[in-house]
Design a binder for this molecule. Structure first.
Ligand code: CP3
Length: 344
């Protein structure tokens, strides 16, 4: 029998809904901070199989979520293609600022070898997971990975990326095409290594106008879902076009993904109307409500559960857990969702 998380992602509703949390492994956990200090560098943590597997399992062991998400990062993909990457303390990721001629240097042949430690981590996580917990693999969507490459790191408005998309569409499309193929390879390898569902994080999808959204967000997701669907028809794909708002319906229809992630700003009732069943919905508690805890958190959780009752719904946050979140609030959240919103 399929694990509950997987069957809901494939469109079968379940009450109370299964749950996992974006960034469920990370700095809010003392055991993560200890292991991170031991590894020294974040990339070392992601590419040392024992450490990456242990960090993946930490939150599941502590809280018993229905899903474990592989501990890695969306920027490990360009790193594996030979593109520079470092994580500066307190500054986030730093990459070389992409120029059109850099696309030719992205080496798809390096991928399998460079990602081998990640696949080994996946195999170890699977060996350490209970029968009811599903392992989720992931990648950044091509557009969001391109944003980090073109900006050379994070950005408030991604103006440089959008300027490239308008002024140099051929160069931009070439970059996205290479990243799309690399994403298909990475996700296929993750599934072969043991991932039971995969998620595509398009964190910056919402900075694009509708015309570009279709080309650079929905179409690459369609290409990725179609390639994975041929090889692994039973493995659900979750698409998360963050801040895409009213375009969620178009995204679901064009991409063919099995489930759509809702960000914090999305009204779950509106998402349920825009995204046709049996496509599942995932989300979308405000991570700040989790940080705050107590009565406001309880009210938000009940509102989300009520809006999606009867739909295939995976409970999650609307974005990643904040590092300041008290772990006790996570335990309370899980008990609350597991009781269908009744306890507390
Ligand atoms: O638990 C999980 O969700 C799995 C692991 C995971 C990480 N990053 C670990 C991480 C996942 C799924 C990601 C996705 C990711 N990474 C996204 C998409 C989701 C989103 O947040 O929008 C993006 C945009 C990135 C890029 C990235 N990685 C940034 C901007 C940063 C710096 C910001 C920060 O939180 O420090 C990272 C670093 C990172 N990735 C950390 C973790 C736990 C913190 C590293 C540390 O320990 O210092």
């Amino acid at each position: 029998m399929a694990k509950k998380l997987v069957s809901v992602l494939r469109g079968t509703p379940s009450w109370p809904p299964p749950l996992w949390l974006m960034r469920q492994a990370g700095r809010y956990l003392a055991e993560y901070r200890a292991l991170r200090a031991r590894a020294g560098d974040f990339i070392t943590l992601c590419t040392t199989p024992d450490l990456a597997a242990e960090v993946t399992l930490q939150p599941v062991r502590r809280f018993g979520m229905d899903g474990a998400i592989l501990f890695s990062d969306i920027l490990i993909l360009p790193w594996a293609l030979g593109y520079g990457l470092r994580f500066a303390d307190g500054e986030g990721p730093v990459l070389p600022r992409w120029q059109p001629e850099d696309t030719a240097g992205l080496d798809l042949r390096r991928l399998e070898g460079a990602l081998a430690p990640v696949m080994e981590a996946i195999a170890r996580v699977r060996a350490g997971l209970g029968e009811d917990t599903a392992l989720i693999g992931f990648a950044g969507a091509p557009f969001t990975v391109a944003c980090y490459m073109i900006e050379g790191g994070g950005s408030k408005d991604h103006a440089r990326t959008r300027a490239v998309a308008y002024r140099e569409p051929r160069d931009f499309e070439n970059l996205l095409a290479v990243l799309t193929e690399a994403t298909i390879t990475s996700l296929s390898l993750q599934i072969e290594a043991g991932a039971e569902a995969v998620m595509l994080f398009d964190s910056w999808a919402g900075v694009l106008p509708p015309s570009l959204f279709r080309h650079y967000v929905a179409n690459p997701a369609a290409r990725i879902k179609s390639a994975l669907g041929k090889q692994f028809p039973e493995v659900p794909v979750i698409g998360f076009p963050r801040l895409a708002g009213g375009q969620l319906g178009l995204y679901a229809a064009i991409s063919g993904v099995d489930a759509v992630g809702m960000d914090t700003a999305t009204d779950p009732a509106l998402a349920a109307a825009l995204v046709a069943a049996p496509v599942a919905l995932q989300g979308n508690l405000d991570p700040v409500a989790l940080l705050a805890g107590g009565a406001p958190m309880i009210a938000e959780v009940r509102r989300i559960l009520a809006a999606l009752r009867g739909r295939a719904h995976v409970f999650n946050l609307g974005h990643g857990i904040l590092p300041e979140t008290p772990p006790a609030h996570v335990a309370e959240l899980i008990a609350l969702v597991r009781s269908g919103g009744e306890t507390a």
